[in-house]
Design a protein. Structure first.
Length: 448
């Protein structure tokens, strides 16, 4: 895969011990029993609820008939990252949330765990995707970023006979699957084995390549027939309060990446996480599992306004994470003797339904802590997007035709977080595949 550094770090066994699977895999008999619960609905609301529209009844039926490889191939036909999606998808609000079993007050079919069962078997058995016999085409497409959207786009293109190259500024591919998803959901080796499968399809990878200037984009426009923007989002928004420049203020994605890919297991004993989205929950849970005695999430709104999924909130409570509602940080204080963070000063907020919370006068209080993890959203990569001349950007998001992923510039397509502002892995995969199909069809039509 080009110049990627090997994935290895000394503390991987320790990380695995501290981060056991959130949803343990089925054994053979458990999977068989669960698969036979499925009603194989003809209208498959579960498949309709999946952004990649995996044929759920079909892949489950194949598990029930003990055809695990066939089951995996059914999944991969719709979603090339079916293994990682089986672990990280919010199935409660997607496929399983649409399961007809819920109409009868029964537990929904465990679609996510069944999907994982089939995909784990696929990789463990050494099975490979069947070689496509498509006519090789002359057009070359480059995908910027090696996250789920680009991987799905590139895989679709090479399977249709096109040459696809993925360029990535970091040392490892996979995007947030590798660097930013909590370890108990998806481990880096599981993300990287999917990337290897994509590489074996014929996708070329180039690592350590940054696209920051108009000249570099011009070179890509010259050398490639189409460009797919799968660049995701940028860094976490800065915490603009006094003391936020302390080295023990670590943004949530950096915190997760440190222990996942660098083996850096250092965490404070008393941690404050600022924000209450799904990434904030992941960081808070990780801090607990890495040994923090107390982890507190500070959120300026109420529990009812929580942006994280309800099941993520319940998971955090089970992990022992505390919550400070209607509170906003205003300063971080350092102990002069030790140089460590001593506390976060917060102010109480008014609950203003339908409006912005406002600070309550003279309501300041201190939260003792020695580490602060901001998780207050990511910034769009405006600097790069401004270099893409002719590509419309509004509110930091690339504007596309949702049916094709095509931008206002005929050579550019886009998908994933840079388009939707930050949704699920499965949404990025759907965007990438949709764009790959559209790119292929545009060239096929032109050559007809």
């Amino acid at each position: 895969m080009g110049a990627a550094v090997p994935f290895a770090f000394e503390d991987h066994a320790e990380v695995a011990r501290r981060f056991p699977d959130l949803h343990p895999p089925f054994n053979f008999q458990e999977a068989l029993t669960e698969a036979n619960r499925c009603l194989n609905c003809f209208d498959a609301p579960c498949a309709a609820a999946c952004p990649t529209h995996i044929d759920v009844p079909r892949f489950i039926k194949k598990i029930a008939t003990r055809n695990l490889t066939g089951s995996a191939l059914t999944i991969l036909d719709a979603n090339i990252l079916g293994a990682s999606c089986s672990r990280v998808c919010p199935v409660d609000v997607l496929c399983e949330g649409a399961c007809v079993m819920l109409r009868f007050n029964k537990q929904p079919i465990a679609i996510g765990r069944l999907q994982r069962h089939a995909m784990d078997h696929f990789f463990a058995s050494g099975a490979k995707l069947p070689a496509e016999s498509k006519q090789q085409r002359s057009q070359k497409i480059v995908c910027i970023g090696a996250g789920p959207a680009s991987l799905a786009c590139a895989a679709e293109l090479v399977q249709r006979g096109f040459h696809a190259t993925v360029i990535e500024r970091r040392a490892l591919p996979g995007g947030l699957n590798t660097y930013g998803v909590a370890e108990y959901k998806l481990r880096p080796p599981d993300s990287l084995r999917e990337v290897e499968m994509v590489r074996q399809l014929g996708v070329e990878f180039r690592f350590g390549v940054s696209i920051a200037h108009e000249q570099e984009l011009a070179a890509l426009e010259r050398d490639y027939d189409a460009i797919f923007l799968g660049i995701g989002l940028g860094s976490t928004h800065e915490l603009r309060i006094p003391g936020a420049d302390h080295p023990d203020v670590v943004d949530a994605l950096e915190f997760i990446a440190r222990y996942k890919t660098s083996g850096n297991l250092k965490v404070g004993r008393n941690v404050v996480v600022i924000g209450a989205g799904n990434t904030a929950i992941d960081a808070a849970n990780a801090a607990r599992r890495l040994g923090a005695d107390r982890v507190t999430i500070v959120y300026r709104r109420t529990e009812h306004d929580l942006p994280a999924f309800a099941f993520e909130y319940e998971h955090a409570r089970r992990e022992g994470v505390a919550f400070e509602w209607l509170a906003q940080p205003v300063a971080i204080y350092t102990d002069l003797a030790s140089g460590r963070i001593a506390s976060v000063e917060c102010v109480r907020m008014n609950n203003a339904p339908g409006g912005l919370p406002t600070a309550i006068r003279d309501s300041e209080f201190q939260l003792p802590c020695d580490m602060v993890i901001p998780a207050i959203g990511q910034s769009p990569l405006i600097a790069l997007l401004q270099q893409c001349r002719g590509v419309d950007v509004a509110g930091g998001r690339v504007q596309v035709d949702r049916a094709t992923g095509r931008t206002s510039h005929p050579k550019y397509y886009a998908g994933g977080d840079c388009v939707n502002g930050g949704r699920e892995v499965v949404d990025a995969v759907a965007d990438g595949k949709r764009a790959g199909v559209a790119i292929a069809r545009s060239f096929e039509a032109a050559d007809a």
